[in-house]
Design a protein around this ligand. Structure first.
Ligand SMILES: [Fe+2]
Length: 318
C-alpha cells in the first residue's frame, strides 16, 4: 500500500514565534522523509518472498515500518495542533481537562514538565484520549514508539531537535513556550469530540446469562469490607477443586452438582454471591438455580481468578 502525503495543516505565517522556515524544514525534511521511508519499507515488505526471507529480516522491516508509520501520524497531528492562540480553551475541552487533571493549568504544567524532560533528547509529548477509561492522559514517548495501546492522541508536541533548532538552537524550553502559545484549541476540541465517539473495547458478553444479576469483584470486596452480611458460595466443580490450593476468604465451597443437598443451609434474608473458576458458567447457573428457589443470589463476574487478580484475600483450601 502506498501512503499519501497530507498537506500542511497549519498556516506557517500565522504562528507566533515559530518561523515559516522552521515549519517548512520540518514538514519537508522530517515529515516528508518519514513518509518516503515508510513507502520504501512498505514496498520492500510487499516484494519479500515469505518462503525464503528470514523471520529476523521481516521483523526488522516491521519494526522500521511501525516507527515510520507512527512518525507520519504524529507529525500530521503536530502540524494540526498549531495555528491557534494557545490560550482560549473552549468549554468542552476545558471541562475535560478539569475533570482529568484538576484544571487546565495543572494539565499545562504537567504537559510542559514532560516536554522539558525530553529537551536535548528526542520524542513526543502527547495528550491522548483512552476510550476504555473515557479519560485524557498526558504521555511522553521516546522516539516514535511507546504510544498507549488503544489511545487516541489529540495534541502532539514534537521534541526532536529538528523541530526547533533552526529557530531556537538548544533552547528547548523557549520552543516549548512558543508551542504552547500556538496551540489551536478548537482543533484539539474537535479531535477530542471525535475521540469520545470511539467505542470502548467490547466487554465480555454472556448472552445466555444476560438476565442474571452479576457483581464485579470490586463490588463484592466493598460489600465484605463494609461488614454487610453476605453468603459467599464457591461453586467451582468438584473435579477442579481437587487441585485447587486456595479459596476466597469468607467463602464456603459447595458442590454445584449437589445443590439440593446444601440449599437448605442458606438464609433467605441475606444475599448470596456465587462464583466459579473464571465466571463463565457454573457460577451463573448456580445463581440462577438459587434465584428460582427464591434467594437473592448474584454471581461474581470473573470468578476465583478475578478475585485473586484484585488481590482479594484467600485462605488455604482443604
Ligand atoms: Fe519532527
Amino acid at each position: 500500500m502506498q501512503y499519501h502525503l497530507a498537506p500542511l495543516f497549519c498556516r506557517p505565517w500565522t504562528l507566533n514565534g515559530i518561523t515559516p522556515r522552521l515549519i517548512e524544514s520540518h514538514y519537508e525534511g522530517n515529515y516528508g522523509s518519514a513518509l518516503r521511508r515508510l513507502n520504501a519499507i512498505t514496498e520492500e515488505l510487499e516484494a519479500l518472498d515469505p518462503t525464503t526471507t528470514s523471520a529476523e529480516a521481516v521483523n526488522r522491516l516491521k519494526r522500521d515500518e511501525a516507527a515510520m508509520l507512527n512518525s507520519t501520524l504524529l507529525h500530521e497531528l503536530y502540524f494540526a495542533s498549531l495555528g491557534g492562540d494557545g490560550r482560549a480553551v473552549p468549554e468542552t475541552m476545558a471541562a475535560a481537562l478539569a475533570r482529568d487533571f484538576g484544571s487546565t493549568d495543572r494539565w499545562r504544567q504537567q504537559f510542559i514538565a514532560l516536554a522539558n524532560a525530553l529537551a536535548g533528547g528526542s520524542g513526543w509529548v502527547l495528550l491522548t484520549y483512552v476510550p476504555r477509561d473515557g479519560r485524557l492522559i498526558n504521555q511522553s514517548g521516546a522516539d516514535h514508539g511507546q504510544n498507549i495501546a488503544g489511545g487516541i492522541p489529540i495534541l502532539a508536541l514534537d521534541m526532536y531537535e529538528h523541530a526547533y533548532h533552526i529557530d531556537f538552537g538548544a533552547n528547548a524550553s523557549a520552543y516549548v513556550a512558543a508551542f504552547m502559545r500556538n496551540i489551536d484549541w478548537s482543533a484539539v476540541e474537535g479531535r477530542y469530540e471525535d475521540a469520545t465517539r470511539v467505542a470502548p473495547p467490547r466487554p465480555l458478553e454472556q448472552k445466555q446469562f444476560a438476565g442474571v444479576p452479576a457483581m464485579t469483584v470490586e463490588e463484592v470486596k466493598a460489600m465484605l469490607d463494609s461488614g454487610e452480611r453476605v453468603q459467599i458460595i464457591d461453586a467451582r466443580p468438584r473435579h477442579y477443586t481437587t487441585r485447587a490450593q486456595d479459596i476466597m476468604e469468607g467463602a464456603v465451597w459447595r458442590d454445584p452438582e449437589r445443590l439440593d443437598e446444601w440449599i437448605g443451609e442458606l438464609s433467605k434474608t441475606d444475599p448470596v454471591v456465587t462464583y466459579c473458576v473464571y465466571g463463565f458458567h457454573i457460577g451463573c447457573e448456580t445463581a440462577i438455580s438459587l434465584r428460582k428457589a427464591g434467594f437473592d443470589a448474584r454471581y461474581m463476574a470473573g470468578g476465583h481468578y478475578a478475585w485473586k487478580a484484585i488481590g482479594g484475600k484467600v485462605r488455604l483450601f482443604e
